[in-house]
Unconditional design. Structure first.
Length: 125
């Protein structure tokens, strides 16, 4: 239960450059579906990453979701490094560093903690 409370708090606060792999900052630009999963619960949002390394997260989840309930629009700044995708809220400077576990041309698998799994799926433009 404590993990669920921690996840909910962190996502509510967040939502929530040097060496690069095959998907560099330039390759990250575009629209992605971002989904967070823990146990049987899942929430998702649209993640728009622009060339200027700013973007937004747009979520509309059921109010019963404990991961990310309700509607959210959050302006972010983003950065991709060798093993991390960093998302920083522009309104309060809260930073989430997601560790990159695996990547393919259109998918990134990330981890926030060992229990919280995050997936980015590139949307067709």
């Amino acid at each position: 239960m404590m993990k669920k409370v921690l996840l909910w708090g962190v996502l509510c606060v967040c939502v929530g450059c040097e060496d690069h792999l095959a998907v560099s900052n330039n390759g990250m630009e575009g629209q992605w579906e971002i989904s967070w999963a823990m146990d049987e619960e899942r929430a998702s949002a649209l993640l728009n990453l622009r060339k200027d390394q700013f973007g937004e997260i747009i979520a509309d989840n059921p109010s019963s979701s404990w991961i990310l309930p309700g509607s959210h629009y959050v302006d972010i700044e983003w950065e991709r490094t060798n093993d991390t995708l960093r998302l920083k809220r522009m309104d309060n400077n809260f930073v989430l560093d997601y560790r990159i576990i695996d990547e393919a041309e259109t998918t990134l698998k990330l981890s926030f903690t060992e229990d919280i799994h995050v997936t980015l799926e590139r949307l067709e433009e």
